[in-house]
Design a protein around this ligand. Structure first.
Ligand SMILES: Nc1ncnc2c1ncn2[C@@H]1O[C@H](COP(=O)(O)OP(=O)(O)O)[C@@H](O)[C@H]1O
Ligand SMILES: [Mg+2]
Length: 440
């Protein structure tokens, strides 16, 4: 290769790297600015509020400021709020309702000339676009969603149109997340958490969410696996879809899973939990973002999974490990749980007291084993596990992080609707049925 062309390639790639670094730094500065102004606004409003006769709870003011922050920042930040909104038990009922507004309406600028673009796209793909109607439905963290009807369509469609610039924004957020993880790891209190590995896993998985051809492929695979069950998956129209436009059948009847006065009986919630467990423990291919903006009930109370952007696929061994670990909790096998944690740990200091570690983990497991949804808390269980690990200097695995994320998100709506739901028992049933033999 000529030297001049080599030099120009080196120059181009250094120029790109510099552009990326500058973009990430600018995003970092913007995030810091919004955080500081948000905190100041919160402090000022909270102080003014203290002098009012009717006082808004501080959590509500904080939720309002967080929503403002998520609408400005978009990207990964809206997603964090969507997850937080499922935890009425943590953030309070009123604050959760405010946070939940970001599950459907993140806001932000629509791509230019949407109507023209959609009409041209459909026409190019052979659809008769007479009487075309394009109705905005939602603005999610990744996409704007429209309901589309036209003379040439047999049924209404949902179009997910990717937000302009979202791929770049996510890449920058994850670069920042990676730096933050490396920094936080230096604090002794956090040294035992596999933070960089967690950040890497989040980045890889969520970044894939912006590629709609991948999402369409996942939807097709889920559709095959769950074709004959009470778990319904969005129906994609591949002939119309592209990398940044995902066309699906429009699901007119979709009902909230997150409701204090549930529309459906406990059976619908048991089925929802069973669907999620089958994804994790049987297929090793699971929806990782089960918040109420992505998962619904249909009119018959079947679980309806719409947004399959964040999906995790694990190996057979990882699937077996997850299933085993969950059984350890449900069946109160604390010492075996401790052995799994040791076997999967990334760092074990020499000379640790294994017997003591097993006893302490067994205690944590005993306190949670057999609890119904209302009493169990995935967050506090995980915090207790990590506490024991930290006290022994053990750095844990990042492999369980997605299952924990799913449990933490699903737990809120299930708890609020049916605190008596025995979600540990359902896991045992699903795993037993898939193994074909009773669990020993
Ligand atoms: N197939 C569909 N039918 C009806 N509504 C849909 C469909 N897909 C998405 N929506 C609506 O759009 C919202 C946002 O869609 P989603 O796929 O979650 O976008 P994002 O990836 O940006 O989070 C959903 O909460 C739902 O209300
Ligand atoms: Mg979504």
């Amino acid at each position: 290769m000529p030297i001049a062309s080599n030099a120009s390639q080196v120059f181009a790639s250094s120029f790109r790297a510099l552009g990326n670094a500058l973009g990430t730094a600018r995003r970092g500065c913007a995030l810091i600015f919004w955080t500081v102004t948000g905190l100041l606004a919160f402090a000022a409003r909270n102080a003014a509020n203290a002098r009012q006769a009717y006082r808004k709870p501080s959590k509500v003011i904080a939720a309002e400021e967080l929503v403002l922050f998520a609408r400005r920042a978009g990207g990964a930040w809206a997603k964090i709020l969507q997850i937080l909104s499922t935890r009425r038990d943590v953030v309070s009922e009123d604050a959760a309702a405010i946070l939940a507004t970001v599950t459907q309406q993140v806001g932000g600028r629509e791509p230019p000339n949407v109507h023209r673009r959609i009409a041209d796209h459909l026409q190019f793909r052979g659809v008769d676009v007479q009487h075309l109607s394009i109705q905005p439905i939602a603005s999610g963290s990744i996409a704007f969603v429209y309901k589309i009807t036209a003379a040439g369509l047999d049924f209404p469609l949902a179009l997910k149109l990717r937000r302009p610039g979202i791929i770049r924004t996510l890449a920058r957020d994850f670069a920042l997340l990676g730096h933050a993880a490396n920094l936080l790891r230096r604090f002794p209190a956090l040294a035992h958490l596999p933070l960089p590995a967690m950040a890497r896993s989040f980045s890889e998985t969520i970044e894939r969410q912006s590629d709609f051809s991948l999402e369409a492929a996942y939807i097709a695979r889920f559709g095959d696996k769950f074709a004959r069950s009470n778990c319904r998956i969005a129906r994609v129209i591949p002939a119309l879809s592209s990398e940044d436009m995902l066309f699906m059948a429009f699901e007119e009847e979709r009902f909230e899973i997150d409701s204090v006065t549930p529309r459906f009986g406990i059976g619908a919630y048991q089925n929802l939990v069973r669907c999620v467990y089958e994804m994790i423990f049987v297929h090793g291919l699971f929806h990782c973002d089960v918040h109420p903006g992505n998962v619904f009930f249909d009119a018959r109370g079947n679980a309806l999974f719409l947004d399959l952007g964040i999906v995790k696929e694990i190996t057979e061994d990882e699937r077996e490990d997850l299933a085993d670990f969950f059984l350890c909790i449900a069946l109160n096998r604390g010492k075996r749980a401790a052995d799994t944690l040791l076997a999967k740990a990334t760092t074990i200091p020499p000379g640790i007291d294994r017997a003591q570690f097993r006893r302490e983990i067994a205690d944590v497991v005993r306190r949670s084993s057999g609890l119904k949804a209302g009493q169990f808390s995935a967050v506090s269980f995980v915090v207790q596990l990590f506490d024991v690990m930290r006290s022994h200097g053990i750095v844990g695995t990042a492999d369980f992080i997605w299952m924990i994320a799913v449990l933490v998100t699903l737990e809120g709506p299930v708890k609020a609707a049916y605190p008596d739901l025995d979600f540990q028992r359902i896991a045992v049933d699903v795993i037993t049925a898939s193994r074909g033999v009773p669990v020993e």
